[in-house]
Design a protein around this ligand. Sequence first.
Ligand code: SF4
Ligand code: SF4
Length: 110
Amino acid sequence: MKEEIYWQKVKHKVCVRCVDGDEFGNCLLPKSQMCALIEHFPLIVESVEKIQSNFVSDYVNVLRKTVCETCTHQNENGFCGVRYSLDCGLDRYFPLVIEAIESVEKDKTI
Ligand code: SF4
Ligand code: SF4
């Protein structure tokens, strides 16, 4: 339930702008190329919720340590071909993902 609220935010703030989406928030990638945003979503929410910083680099550092290190696309040297070719939706839109996740908490205080 909680995760669904976060996912709806992400869909409306990130996926609607994604080159791999249908402009309405639905993903057009085939299952065989599932976006890391979908694949690692619970871990992404958990990681973002732990950080409060004005610097995106602080979030990126945590993303690399938590999500990328558990992702099958990254090798033991820390290289990710999907990231390198700008094909990771999570990496490509990470600032928007942070904004979407953090907006859930902000909405509660309004
Ligand atoms: S590739 Fe990722 S960011 Fe893009 S529409 Fe699909 S789930 Fe959303
Ligand atoms: S950047 Fe690469 S390793 Fe990190 S989540 Fe995306 S696909 Fe996985």
